[in-house]
Structure formats: C-alpha cells, structure tokens
Design a binder for this molecule. Sequence first.
Ligand SMILES: [Zn+2]
Length: 301
Amino acid sequence: MAIEIPFRREFSFEYGRLEPVAPGVRRIVARNPSPFTFRGTGTYVVGSGEVAVIDPGPDLDEHVEALLAGLSGEQVTHILITHTHRDHSPAAAPLKAATGALTWGFGPHAGGRRGEQGVEEGGDWDFFPDVMLHDGDEVAGNGWRFEAVHTPGHTSNHLCFALSDSGILFTGDHVMGWSTSVISPPDGDMTAYLASLDKLLGRHDRVYWPTHGPAITEPREHVRAFIAHRREREAGILDCLAIGVGHIDAIVERLYVGLQPGLRRAAGRSVQAHLIDLAGRGIVASEGPPTPDTHYRLARS
Ligand SMILES: [Zn+2]
C-alpha cells in the first residue's frame, strides 16, 4: 500500500508584499513559481527594527526592491542562507550591497568543488558566506537568536535555523509541506538526507516554515511520512532490480506513474541517489561508477 504523505498546499499570500505569518516573523514571496519552487521562494524576515532575512531568494530586482520597501525604516543586520540553490541565495548579493549586512551560511555550493559538480544546473556558485556556520552554532541579533542545524542531503551545505523560544524551525528545502525534496547527486545525497530527517525526529520543534509553501504544523508526522516514502521507493527500486530492470530511465518509467514530463529528470536523480545509497550499503552493484546511464543490479545476484 502506498505511503500517504500529508501534503499541504493551501497557501495564501500576495506577491511583493511583506506579510506577518507568525509572531515576530514576516514573509515575502518572490514571483518565481515553477514545478520546483511551488508558488515561489518565501523570504522570511525575523525581528523588528533590526532584522534577520532568511533566504533572500532569486536575483529578481522586483523581489529585492519589494523586500526593501517592506522594511522601510528598519535595518537588515543579518542575511541567513539555508543553502546555495539559485532560488535561495543569489539575492544575498544585492541585499548585502543595499544594507551592509553580513551573510551567514554553511559554506559555498558543494564545498566549492565546481570542477567535479558540472552536471548540476541549480547551484549558485557565486555565493560565499561572510560567516561560516557549523552545526549547533548560534546567530543572535536584537531580540532574536537562531541555532544552525546542519541538515545535508538536498545539498551538502543545507542548514535549518531554529528560532529560540518559539518552537519554529525554518527548514529551507529539507522538509517542505507541498512536495518531497529533490535529492540530486552528486551534491544531493540520499544517505545524508535520511540521516538529516532522523536528526529532526530527535528535536522538539513545534512548527516548520519551509522556503516554499505553507507551514507544517505536525512536523513529526510529516517527517515520518517522508522517511516511510523513501523506504517505499527504495523497496520499489529493489523490486525492479530483482527482475532485471536496471537502468534508471526504466526504473522511473515503472515507479513514477503519471509523472509530469518536466519532472522526469529530477525523478531520475532521486532514483540515482537511492542507488548510490544502496551501493554504499552493499545491497546494489553497478557496472562502473554509479552514473545516470550505467546498469545496476542486486549485489548478491
Ligand atoms: Zn534547493
């Protein structure tokens, strides 16, 4: 029986407006809707007077201008980045230029290993944080304090930010309500992603605010469903391999029924991520390196 993920897609907002969404938290949504961003990037503002901005978003002039207009009379003191995808971090540069605020993040995209990562189209290779954060580090401003929670998987440099004394966790693209996360090797890593989901189950956050879409008010139920969904997908992949279906395209064909054509590539990447994870656990073998085009089989057969 298929795992039911309690997706949340009711999402009320107005493009270009900085709106309150929780005590001390505002959000403005960029006009970059797509099959990967839902209605667009949600840029969060925490505090009042002297504020932190989480994920300034894509480099869209109208988005940065609307954010600054919404913050008229206030000062941006910190720019926090969950991860370096092009819908999250590029607007950090114009926002920093306009405000002088420093940028905070785990590190550059894929650790800066651009040469080995040429296949990935969504990375923002230009972003380098002014201040590098590690798991458990704190970032504090006027009236607010965050703990950085390293959650690799969607990207190796993904951070969630826990807002102290609020029960709020800003989850970036690690856990979203409207969709599962894309795990695209080589920087995307299924083994790390599943460990990062487990990590959240060990925490006691009350509500998740992802970068795309609405809040998740039953976080544990949601995370458990995502873990179960990935285990179900893994079982489906193993079933394919057991009957000799060993190419990623053919596995996607069998497992992703009714998939939009524009999402086939992402589905293939997720299957590849599972296969790399399974190979790492000694369950699957491949002819040569675990590339998108190679043939995979069960290790024991
Ligand atoms: Zn992302």
